[in-house]
Unconditional design. Structure first.
Length: 132
């Protein structure tokens, strides 16, 4: 999804980090031939934090098996995400921290990530997406 990113596209998701739930938004600020610059805003309760801009390589392929993670399963499934049926790539990996499953959908802008599970728990889930 970063390969075809456009300025103004955004995603909003619920995440759980160290037991704390927050809502994060990633928005595409700039796109060059080589990279995509993202604005990251996180809201936890009444507190809103804006991180320094994130710079990501503009690539058409998924970065599977980062580091020492071992690919356990890669499959294509049709899932209902935020009320819409989408064709998704489901990737399960095993690392020294345990097993995790990421779900990516090409129809979702920015990173395409719609769900992440660790230890059977959803730790990231897409809520909505759009273009400003």
């Amino acid at each position: 999804p970063l390969a075809d990113a456009k300025v103004g596209e955004w995603i909003r998701f619920r995440q759980v980090v160290q037991g704390q739930e927050s809502i994060a938004t990633l928005e595409v600020l700039e796109v060059t031939e080589q990279e995509v610059v993202l604005k990251s805003t996180t809201q936890q309760g009444q507190t809103t934090l804006e991180a320094p801009p994130l710079r990501r390589k503009r690539t058409p392929t998924l970065a599977l098996g980062r580091g020492r993670a071992q690919l356990v399963r890669k499959a294509t499934e049709t899932l209902t995400i935020a009320g819409k049926e989408l064709v998704c790539t489901v990737v399960t990996q095993r690392s020294r921290r345990g097993e995790s499953t990421d779900v990516y959908c090409d129809q979702v802008p920015v990173t395409g990530l719609v769900r992440r599970m660790r230890g059977g728990e959803v730790v990231l889930e897409l809520l909505e997406w759009g273009t400003r």
